[in-house]
Design a protein around this ligand. Structure first.
Ligand SMILES: NC(=O)c1ccc[n+]([C@@H]2O[C@H](COP(=O)([O-])OP(=O)(O)OC[C@H]3O[C@@H](n4cnc5c(N)ncnc54)[C@H](OP(=O)(O)O)[C@@H]3O)[C@@H](O)[C@H]2O)c1
Length: 205
């Protein structure tokens, strides 16, 4: 990030699916963007495309947001540039299909870290300045999975219930301010999600 950014929107999981679409929508509306995902090639290509098409500034971080050290690195880098994150889109999320006891612990931990811990950390990192400036919006991507338990995707569904619960509670805490927290709860959407979650034959998502 070299040049100073204006009305900045941070989008996690920008390299594909819902995050990619949201990146185009925010860009079209003139927001400067900070995009995060692991796939550096896709991310840098997207950043170039959005800069060229919409005359906005775009910074990107190719980092693994399931690793707290990398999350902290990104947050510190953004804060050290003095960028004001006016819109925070916590979109990055993963699932894993299968019986709980048969699932790989690393994949369970990745879901917990990315879907809940990192989302919470980013809200906690950027909400105070939004509140001080009395303007801002956090969009947390939950799912229709937030509204019920999900056998064979038990951890994923539980993480999305957490996202919905946290978002509603924060929204209530902020009700007398101009800072808003929204939980976005899409149903099944044609992205890479089901394939990555080994859930293409599942009727749950
Ligand atoms: N598709 C659906 O049916 C559906 C329904 C309801 C809710 N959702 C939610 O929508 C959100 C977006 O999913 P999607 O459907 O758009 O899936 P997707 O196409 O697989 O996109 C997921 C995005 O998250 C990024 N990501 C994954 N792991 C990451 C990590 N460890 N660190 C940083 N970025 C990571 C991916 O980029 P890299 O691989 O490059 O890191 C990608 O940009 C998720 O929270 C998901 O739970 C999806």
């Amino acid at each position: 990030m070299s040049q100073s950014l204006k009305k900045v929107t941070l989008i996690t999981g920008a390299s594909s699916g819902i995050g990619l679409e949201l990146s185009h929508i925010f860009a079209k509306n003139g927001h400067d963007l900070i995009l995060i995902a692991r796939s550096s090639d896709k991310l840098y290509q997207l950043a170039d495309e959005l800069r060229n098409n919409y005359s906005i500034q775009v910074a990107s971080f190719a980092n693994d947001l399931s690793k707290m050290s990398e999350v902290q690195y990104v947050v510190d880098a953004i804060k050290s540039e003095g960028a004001f994150i006016e819109y925070l889109v916590n979109n990055a999320g993963v699932g894993d299909y299968g019986k709980f006891e048969d699932q790989d612990w690393d994949k369970i931990e990745q879901q917990i870290n990315l879907n809940m811990k990192t989302l919470t950390y980013l809200c906690h990192a950027f909400l105070p300045v939004m509140k001080t400036k009395n303007t801002g919006h956090i969009l947390n991507v939950a799912s229709t999975a937030a509204f019920r338990p999900g056998p064979l995707m038990a951890v994923y569904f539980a993480t999305k219930s957490y996202v919905l619960s946290l978002s509603e509670a924060l929204s209530n805490e902020l009700k007398d301010t101009n800072v808003y927290v929204t939980a976005y709860c899409p149903g099944a959407t044609a992205t890479n999600f089901a394939m990555n979650a080994q859930a293409t034959n599942s009727s749950f998502i």
